[in-house]
Design a protein around this ligand. Structure first.
Ligand code: PLP
Length: 441
């Protein structure tokens, strides 16, 4: 990259003249222009460097420009850039084999998609076809993607203007800090949230429900780590009523929680339960080439041995994406990146963010694990009233001016660096957060 401020201005003007942005009123946008990036750092055309504590859209798990992943994409481009999905291809087979090795039994096949939304779309389709039932239960505090069924399965505000798909019902998951259930402990929150879900299942009619769709850790909704026993309890309810469990690991998978899949950490403590279908995207190849998919249990995959699966995508298993998955998983294995993310979480982010919260009463709660954290910001720790958008905007400005690219959602700052972030970078980021909170307070 040539660091030329004029090139930066040109990029900005081109964007404002011609590019239509996601989830925004277009008029007032002032996008940040990124010129280049490496590992946990991005820079602009003026040569200013920023610690990327957003991981872009919480997807750069392996960090920017990992040389092995870039080389694999180049090598694949020299060999074969595209095959129709009906053909077999070495890179796709190798990618599926590696993903299944990380998921373990009872999973036996992978269906590749273009991203996370269509992964959920196809998982929902599979569940409906296999069960012969229609309804999908998902959480109000969730995001599942921007396609027909996925956006209606989403719980947040983005659902309402898009509510054209049928068969979706929402419920409240556990969130002790802002409990819907008047609970005063994680145990009570878990018990009451499970009771609420069972009442929803019975009231909707168990024989009408194909699937419960959940994020392993609801991410965009605020990194809502489920209390111990909740996901195991949902699995038990799904089994009791013959409903399939789809776990959306699009954000929580491939290292974000310090595990390959978030369920593996929870299930290790909770009786080794497994979902029936798992959706993934983002961290599987850190988005170097768009891709995602559904990891399918053997019994569901077998249901389509003699019955046509009525779904497909031109770019299902695109070779460039598949080569980047293979290289990314191999590099994560060889470099111990998943374990590193877990240790960065337990030894650096957790104590560092707790200390930050002790200093700044605006931080009402710190929650998370691995490299997946949220600071829930409040006007007053007693009322827990969320801070306004104006406070978040000022905080973002203070963080940017000190060299940290933040991730903000509603009244929260999400602390979501790449899994490869170093202890020194975390220490520097903690100083920047501290200074920015002091400036805003
Ligand atoms: N599911 C979850 C949990 C997500 O966080 C996202 C994106 O943020 C999606 C699905 C949608 O993925 P994509 O934007 O790749 O379609």
């Amino acid at each position: 990259n040539i660091l030329d401020p004029a090139a930066g201005e040109h990029a900005y003007e081109l964007d404002r003249s011609h590019v239509f942005h996601s989830w925004s009123a277009q008029g007032a946008l002032k996008p940040f222009v990124i010129a280049g990036a490496l590992a946990s750092t991005v820079w602009d055309f003026d040569g200013n460097h920023y610690l990327d504590f957003s991981s872009q859209l919480v997807n750069m798990n392996i960090g920017h420009q990992h040389p092995r992943v870039v080389a694999a994409i180049k090598a694949q481009a020299d060999t074969l850039t595209m095959v129709a999905p009906a053909h077999a291809n070495l890179a796709r087979g190798e990618a599926a084999k590696r993903i299944l090795a990380k998921a373990g039994r009872p999973f036996s096949k992978v269906f590749f998609t273009n991203g996370g939304a269509d992964a959920n779309e196809n998982a929902i389709r599979m569940a409906r076809l296999v069960t012969g039932r229609d309804k999908v239960l998902s959480q109000y505090r969730s995001y599942h993607g921007n396609t027909g069924a996925a956006i209606v399965a989403t719980g947040d505000w983005r659902r309402m203007p898009n509510e054209f798909a049928r068969g979706h019902v929402h419920f409240f998951g556990p969130f002790a800090y802002r409990s819907e259930f008047w609970s005063d402990s994680p145990e009570q929150e878990c018990e009451r949230a499970l009771h609420h879900l069972e009442r929803m299942i019975v009231s909707e009619g168990q024989s009408t429900i194909a699937a419960i769709l959940l994020e392993g850790v609801p991410g965009t909704a605020g990194v809502l780590v489920p209390p111990p026993g909740y996901l195991e309890g949902v699995r038990a309810l799904a089994d009791k009523y013959g409903i399939l469990l789809i776990l959306d690991e699009v954000m929580s998978g491939f290292g974000r929680t310090g595990e390959w899949f978030s369920w593996q950490g929870f299930s290790r403590e909770e009786g080794n339960w497994k979902p029936d279908l798992v959706t993934f995207a983002k961290g599987v190849n850190s988005g170097y080439v768009p891709t995602g998919g559904v990891i399918i249990s053997e019994s569901i995959a077998n249901a389509f041995d003699d019955v046509v699966f009525p779904g497909g995508l031109t770019y299902s298993g695109h070779p460039l994406a598949m080569a980047s998955i293979v290289a990314s998983i191999d590099a994560m294995d060889d470099e111990g990146i998943i374990d590193h993310a877990r240790v960065i979480g337990s030894d650096h982010l957790e104590p560092g963010l707790a200390e930050l919260a002790r200093k700044h009463p605006m931080i009402g709660e710190v929650r998370g694990l691995g490299v997946f954290w949220a600071l829930d910001l409040v006007d007053d720790p007693d009322t827990r009233n969320p801070v306004s958008g104006a406070v978040i905007a000022r905080l973002k400005g203070e963080l940017m001016s000190r060299g940290l690219l933040p991730f903000a959602a509603d009244n929260r700052i999400h602390v979501v660096p790449p899994c490869i972030v170093t202890a020194d970078e975390v220490a520097r980021a903690l100083e920047i957060y501290d200074e920015a909170f002091t400036a805003v307070e």
